[in-house]
Structures are given as structure tokens and as C-alpha cells.
Ligand binder design. Structure first.
Ligand SMILES: *Cc1c(COP(=O)(O)O)cnc(C)c1O
Length: 232
């Protein structure tokens, strides 16, 4: 099978899974946005995906994302950044990312706001919630009790737009339970920030559980592109 045929088949599977999950959750068909996580895969794959109707892609390392974004300019893609982010990368990432999903501390909000302002852009941000109990600091994310303060800072940043929340299911627990907690955190957030409607949750192995809990965006890598080569 050539790469294009492989992607066509995998995308059909993933779209079928999303549609079934929407149906099972009693949600409108087409209400969940597929974001394809293209990390470790070449720009040629991103071009094929764009040709196959994918409109949103995600990357997790600035040094890899930037050249791919440059190579894929003009394809009309929305670029999500989903990796842990250091402040010194904020200026670079805000120059090309449309959505930054891994925002988890006030210093990072400030750096991203400055970067977006310098670039003359308004960048959407999602606050990454650490769903683990106890927290798993190495995986990133703000603990739920600290979320309201962070949301306030993000909502007031003039070059950022608070879109909503992102989370990764913690290890060692069924994803259903973790995503149910996330849904409650999201509901609380929307009391003060009704505009923060995005809920980015669910990956290749747990997208059904996320859709059931109200995810608006699923981030799928492996199920579309295949197993990633070992990290370089
Ligand atoms: C890699 C990654 C994904 C996609 O994971 P798969 O299991 O390959 O679908 C989703 N979200 C984040 C934050 C990631 O880093």
C-alpha cells in the first residue's frame, strides 16, 4: 500500500470511530473536530493529510513544527501546539501556531501574550489540566484548584483568546473517570468564561471516552499515521 492509501484507510477508520462515539453519546454528527497529531512524521504526510480533507494538525516540538509549518504554507491548515513549552520558545511558537493547547502557568501566558502581540496576531490558547491524582508534574498541566486564577490571567491577555481546556488521560486509571472529572472542571470554568467552549481530549486509544465526556476536539496521531518511530 502506498502512503496515501494507508492514510485514506486509517482516516476512514478514525472517522468511523468518531461518528460512532458521537452517536453513542447522543451528540450531533460532525460535532467533534479531528486534529491529527503529525509529530515525528514528515511534511509530506501533512501535505497528504491536507489533500485528504484534514484541516487541523498538531505538533509538540517547536524545532520540528516550524519547518513543517513553513513547508506546508498555503494549505490553509490550522496548527495546534500540544507540547510542553518553555518561555524562550514562546515568540517562535506564537508566530505560526493558531492554537496553543499546553498552557499551564501564568509566566507562560505572559510570554505567549508578548510573542503574539509582537507578531501582530491573536492566538487561541487552551489551558492544560493535570487530571492525575496525585499530580504528574513531568507531564505538564495546571492542577484544577489553580485553574481559575490561570484562566483569569489568560482571559485578560490582550493578544490571546481563551478557547477552553486540554487534557491527557492520566496513566493508571480508566480514562472515563478522568474525563468525567475534566467535564466538571470545564463546566465550572464556563460559569465565569462562557466563551471557553473548547474541550480537547482523547487520543488514539481513548477518543471514545473523551467524546462521551464532551470533547469538542480529539487529538489523534498513531491511529492515523501509524506507530511513531522511537523519539530522535
Ligand atoms: C502525541 C500526542 C497525541 C496523540 O497521541 P496518539 O496516541 O498517537 O494518538 C495527543 N496529544 C498529545 C498532547 C500528544 O503529545
Amino acid at each position: 500500500m502506498d502512503r496515501r492509501d494507508e492514510l485514506v484507510a486509517n482516516l476512514a477508520d478514525v472517522r468511523t470511530r468518531i461518528a460512532a462515539a458521537e452517536h453513542a453519546a447522543g451528540r450531533a454528527s460532525g460535532s467533534v473536530q479531528l486534529v491529527v497529531v503529525t509529530k515525528t512524521w514528515p511534511a509530506s504526510d501533512v501535505m497528504l493529510l491536507a489533500d485528504l480533507g484534514i484541516t487541523e494538525v498538531a505538533e509538540n516540538r517547536d524545532q520540528e513544527a516550524r519547518p513543517k509549518w513553513e513547508a506546508c504554507a498555503g494549505l490553509g491548515l490550522r496548527w495546534h501546539f500540544v507540547g510542553q513549552l518553555q518561555r524562550n520558545k514562546a515568540r517562535s511558537v506564537t508566530s505560526y501556531a493558531d492554537v496553543i493547547e499546553s498552557v499551564d502557568r501564568p509566566e507562560l501566558v505572559a510570554a505567549l501574550d508578548r510573542g503574539a502581540e509582537e507578531a501582530g496576531r491573536v492566538v487561541e490558547v487552551l489551558l492544560q489540566v493535570d487530571l492525575a491524582d496525585p499530580p504528574q508534574p513531568h507531564r505538564g498541566g495546571v492542577i484544577p484548584v489553580s485553574l481559575p486564577a490561570l484562566a483569569e490571567v489568560a482571559a485578560q491577555a490582550s493578544s490571546l483568546r481563551l478557547g477552553g481546556l486540554m487534557a491527557v488521560a492520566p496513566l493508571g486509571e480508566p480514562p472515563e473517570a478522568a474525563f468525567a472529572r475534566l467535564a466538571r472542571v470545564a463546566e465550572d470554568l464556563r460559569v465565569k468564561h462562557p466563551e471557553a467552549v473548547v474541550l480537547s481530549a482523547g487520543m488514539s486509544t481513548d477518543l471514545e471516552a473523551a467524546v462521551l465526556a464532551g470533547a469538542t476536539h480529539v487529538r489523534v496521531g498513531t491511529a492515523v499515521l501509524g506507530g511513531r518511530p522511537a523519539l530522535r
